[in-house]
Design a protein around this ligand. Structure first.
Ligand code: XBP
Ligand code: MG
Length: 253
């Protein structure tokens, strides 16, 4: 164990969308578009536009912002966004149940390693509990995560640190013994704002985000393809993959 100046690793808090699962481009985006179409609306988010809209955290807020930017009055946009988002959540659950939302490469290996090392697993997401719980149970097994903090559990979404603060509080371990794993600039700001060391694992939508506050940024978890260092303490990455030792080194500082 590499415990030099920091603390030993006791828990890892994972983001869900874009981090544990590849869910945005072919998952949430598709569900939003189906909800628009079912409601008889002509709105359609293509892959590039959806990438820009991801800057607004939370699906209901994302729809609301889009509607207001497209000429809706605030009150009408609030009401419509709530209705569309409820339907979108049901549609996304169906996609997840049909096996259309895959884990990112290397995630299952890393979760198994952390389990074997006795490190607690937790989740802090801006996504809605209605799909988060069944998706996690279906992919990784029910009860795999000791703590799951979803959008409904906090009053402010990322980049606010509330979700990570709540996860650490429920875990009952010191923040110095916890590493967060994120895929986005907003997520890194949220995790580090809660006092956590953060590993950023970028994806196609987030590779140009600012990961300056992350202890280490890479382009994938590694395996089968090797992870590439995008910034930070690249020495923590051994053999082109994020491992339990990578996270221990980051926690140790
Ligand atoms: C994820 C989100 C979510 C999802 C859609 O951000 O912002 O809004 O895009 O899920 P993060 P909902 O990965 O930083 O948690 O529609 O349930 O919000
Ligand atoms: Mg994310």
């Amino acid at each position: 164990m590499v415990g030099v100046s920091g603390e030993d690793l006791r828990a890892v808090v994972f983001d869900v969308d874009g981090t544990l699962v590849d869910s945005e481009r072919h998952g949430h985006r598709v569900a939003f578009n189906t909800a628009f179409a079912e409601a008889g609306l002509a709105h359609h988010w293509d892959e590039d536009e959806y990438g820009r809209l991801l800057d607004v955290p939370g699906g209901r807020r994302r729809i609301h912002r889009y509607l207001v930017d497209n000429g809706y009055e605030d009150a009408a946009a609030q009401e419509l966004a709530a209705r569309l988002h409820a339907r979108k959540t049901a549609l996304f659950r169906e996609l997840a149940a049909a096996g259309r939302i895959p884990p990112r490469d290397g995630v299952e290996r890393l979760l198994d390693e952390l389990d074997a090392a006795g490190v607690a697993l937790a989740v802090a997401t801006t996504g809605s509990r209605g799909w988060v719980e069944p998706l996690l149970a279906g992919l990784f097994g029910g009860g795999r995560f000791a703590v799951v903090v979803a959008a409904e559990d906090v009053t402010a979404l990322k980049p606010d640190p509330a979700a990570f603060e709540e996860a650490v509080r429920r875990l009952g371990v010191p923040a110095g013994a916890v590493v967060a794993v994120e895929d986005s600039g907003h997520g890194v700001v949220a995790a580090t704002g809660a006092g956590l060391t953060c590993l950023a694992v970028a994806n196609g939508y987030t590779r140009d985000h600012d990961f300056g506050r992350a202890a280490l940024a890479v382009d994938r978890f590694g395996g089968p393809e090797r992870a590439r260092v995008l910034g930070g303490r690249g020495a923590a990455l051994a053999d082109g993959a994020v491992t339990v030792d990578t996270l221990r080194r980051l926690a140790a500082g």
